[in-house]
Ligand binder design. Structure first.
Ligand code: ARG
Length: 589
């Protein structure tokens, strides 16, 4: 592995050094470098520094330029406007840097962090005995992408799927099963749909008895107590509900082309043993107080509509622990036992108040601090094409699996249309249809910033034009076909002595920025920035391919080789970037 310093980082270093020697009293002088249309970069940082030093910005800029040596890296640095710097790098530096990236396999020269932290990421958390809905889809898709991006930077990540596997509803479910033992015939390992339909049936049937039969209701209540006190028979039946649900969850995750590890499915119930201690610690330290028999935490700034403070309930009057107690205990476990330095929660924005209170309580306890931070990456609601919350025409919530199946179906039709021209077998059409359909769903979700609502519009998602995954997948396949056609007549080889056309420079500099961008997007928990980067990459490639012939009309051999290097690196960057988003890039499409 040979990490490559990006051109942006090198230029930044040079300018910072020049700024510091021109203005020695300036500490942490940031040249504020940006990509620019006028030159390769523009540096705007001198204005603020000059103001602080009471100097003339243009004069200071001229002094900085005088400190800079052009040559290998920098072709030209000039003062513009009120004191900006326009910076142009050499063609040679671009080609050499790209060649070094091309020689570095999948990592493309992107270094791994020297001092990685440990991030525990809480995502993909459906509920036992319940159908997964589109909200759970978002958590899974966003969490999975964010995690891959963090991994790519070298961060150590640990997944936690905080599934809803505890609560009073299990009293009703288990009691019903005891009275109707034949109802939950174990589903075939591989049949998630069967598992879910069994669970659904039991849920509905038990609910009906619960609502109509007072005596059953009482038996169900007693069953909750048995469950909480660890009665063996009750726990075994509870476990069957969990196992059956997992068969279903796994079938959905597989459909989503997503790997979920069993040891990372650690649901609410896993923290049961910790909860009494959590409550005791909170109460002893005075962070939580007794109010009407319940144990609660108050926050000055959090008030309801009536102006009364809204407390976080750690323990209910009847002694029961709930969602907050489990989350507070989970924090202790993640910080103390897993040694986390950051905690991320990819959870619906509608739970943001819950997390705000939980985090604040944990901070007061010292479980969270400057060294251990927590962030709720709250995502918005999934809307239908009509802009209203996503429902079927009959007004019911849409089953996640139906949705995914439909996306794959539509995508397969799109793939099929072009299949003959590309020479795809039936098997390849089916496989590509899956990759395009699932990719479409993931990309649509990931390309809008997570906290916004997003429209689930299948027509738009599988459209070949515009900011869609299938557009990027086609761009990738097209480049692979160019590389195949170039075949043995030429290899991607760098020729740093060659002059570059503007479209080659633009593409080259964008390729070089991949690693910096992944770092930035990972640090900001912003997968949409990676999506935007990839979309721009595909557009820059299109411009390059229009303006710079690669195979037809065939330029001189070295030019062909140099351009094939750009093609090759574009394909590999697209492939890697899409992989980080959880999206496959078929070789032929
Ligand atoms: N199971 C919950 C739901 O479906 C999400 C759990 C989120 N994670 C957490 N640590 N609270 O709403």
């Amino acid at each position: 592995m040979a990490p490559v310093t990006s051109i942006t980082a090198s230029v930044n270093q040079r300018l910072t050094a020049a700024l510091t020697s021109a203005l020695p009293e300036a500490t942490a002088a940031d040249p504020l470098l940006r990509r620019s249309d006028r030159a390769d970069y523009q540096a705007n940082g001198i204005l603020a520094l000059a103001k602080k030093a009471k100097a003339n910005p243009r004069e200071l800029a001229a002094q900085v330029v005088a400190e800079i040596e052009t040559g290998e890296l920098l072709a030209d640095v000039e003062v513009s406007g009120p004191g900006f710097l326009n910076v142009t790098v050499t063609d040679k530096a671009i080609t050499e840097t790209l060649a070094a990236r091309a020689a570095d396999g999948d990592r493309l020269g992107v270094p791994a962090k020297d001092a990685p932290g440990i991030t525990v990421i809480d995502y993909a958390q459906p509920n036992v005995a319940k159908e997964m809905h589109v909200g759970h889809l978002r958590s899974a898709v966003i969490g999975d992408a964010l995690r891959a991006m963090l991994d790519f930077t070298g961060e150590k990540t640990i997944g936690r799927h905080h599934i809803g596997d505890w609560g009073t509803q299990f009293g009703m479910l288990i009691q019903y099963l005891i009275e109707n033992p034949a109802e939950l015939a174990p589903a075939d390992e591989a049949d998630g749909e069967q598992a879910m339909s069994n669970l659904n049936r039991i849920y509905k049937a038990s609910r009906a008895v619960f609502d109509s039969d007072e005596e059953f209701k009482e038996r169900a209540r007693k069953r909750v107590v048995a469950l909480q006190s660890g009665d063996k028979e009750t726990l075994d039946l509870w476990q069957r509900f969990v196992d059956e649900s997992k068969i279903y969850f796994y079938s959905v995750f597989e459909k989503l082309d997503m790997e979920i590890r069993d040891d990372e499915i650690v649901g609410e119930s896993a923290y049961n043993d910790l909860m009494p201690e959590t409550a005791r610690l909170l109460e002893e330290s005075g962070v939580a107080v007794r109010s009407d028999g319940a144990l609660v935490v108050f926050f000055d700034e959090i008030r309801g509509k009536d102006g009364e403070p809204v407390p976080l309930i750690v323990q209910k009057k009847d002694g029961g622990f709930g969602y907050a107690a489990s989350d507070l205990s989970a924090i202790r476990n993640r910080v103390t036992d897993l040694h986390a330095t950051s905690l991320i929660y990819v959870v619906d924005v509608r739970q943001s108040l819950h997390f705000k209170m939980v985090f604040e309580a944990a901070r007061r306890m010292g479980w969270l601090s400057d060294e251990v931070t927590a962030h709720n990456m709250g995502y918005g609601t999934v809307l239908g094409a009509d802009g209203k919350p996503f429902k079927t025409r009959a007004g019911e919530t849409v089953r996640l699996e139906d949705l995914l199946d439909e996306a794959v179906e539509r995508a397969t039709a799109v793939v099929r249309e072009k299949a003959e021209k590309v020479g795809l077998t039936e098997e390849e059409i089916v496989e590509n249809g899956r990759y395009v359909g699932i990719g479409a769903v993931k990309y649509a979700d990931l390309s809008t910033s997570a906290n916004r609502d997003y429209k689930f519009d299948l027509d738009q998602m599988v459209s070949l034009n515009g900011d869609t995954s299938v557009y990027l997948q086609y761009a990738y396949a097209r480049i692979k076909s160019i590389l195949r056609r170039a075949g043995d007549s030429a290899e991607p080889v760098a020729h740093p002595e060659l002059e570059l056309a503007p479209a080659e420079r633009a593409l080259g500099l964008h390729l070089d920025a991949f690693g910096d961008l992944v770092y930035e997007a990972a640090a900001e928990y912003a997968p949409h920035k990676l999506a935007a980067y990839l979309y721009q990459l595909a557009s820059l490639f299109t411009t390059f391919y229009d303006q710079c012939p690669v195979v037809k009309p065939r330029p001189a051999q070295e030019i062909v080789e140099n351009r094939l290097l750009l093609c090759d690196l574009t394909a590999r960057t697209l492939h890697q970037g899409m992989a980080l988003l959880g999206i496959r890039t078929p070789e032929k499409l």
